[in-house]
Write a protein that binds this ligand. Sequence first.
Ligand SMILES: Nc1ncnc2c1ncn2[C@@H]1O[C@H](COP(=O)(O)OP(=O)(O)OP(=O)(O)O)[C@@H](O)[C@H]1O
Ligand SMILES: [Mg+2]
Length: 222
Amino acid sequence: MVSSIIEVDRVSKQVEDATGLLTILQGVEFSLAPQESVAIVGASGSGKSTLLGILAGLDVPSSGTVRIGGQDLFALDEDARAALRGARIGFVFQSFQLMGHLTALENVMLPLELQGEPRARELATEMLGRVGLAQRLRHYPKLMSGGEQQRVALARAFVMRPDLLLADEPTGSLDHATGESVMQLMFELNREAGTTLVLVTHDPAIAARCDRQIRIEAGRMV
Ligand SMILES: Nc1ncnc2c1ncn2[C@@H]1O[C@H](COP(=O)(O)OP(=O)(O)OP(=O)(O)O)[C@@H](O)[C@H]1O
Ligand SMILES: [Mg+2]
């Protein structure tokens, strides 16, 4: 049995820019058990989104390892990494990343269809109802408000009931009441499906609801 859903060991990230080598992350390490929740907090530019991208295997660290359910993410090739991500990880980007040519409903159905789920339409419709978008199923992203797009992105991640949900400021574009209902849904998923939550947030009230908090300052855990 694997006791950690995610194990992060000495992850660092450097990039080359015009002025030389820039260190974005340095020696980040932590592990999370199934069903744990953690808030990643820290100032703008401290490296939170970069860390989340690496945890999802969307970005590659300069050194260090990330294990998901015991599997070394960066020992896999891109296709195997994408398959692991599709099967186990839900990701909500800071910039939503919806498919512009698909409706809200089609965006939420897409990951289910990729997994061969025959009830994709029904499950996607139900989840969009739970995030308050029952009246927006046929809207395209460009016709939706920022908060509505964010809720479609959340529904797309939630509907998969992933083992691990990585969410980058998931309530950043929502008013207080809508943000609260989305957070409740996220913690329901945490309890009911055993989903491990990794949330980047600037909201101390949300951070306080997580089991743990990890603070990043200039790329380092403090
Ligand atoms: N590919 C890159 N090349 C150069 N610099 C980068 C690159 N990616 C990120 N950075 C820089 O690394 C730092 C961390 O960026 P990141 O997006 O992780 O911050 P963040 O903590 O998520 O900030 P915010 O709270 O504003 O979303 C920033 O200063 C950013 O400009
Ligand atoms: Mg960010």
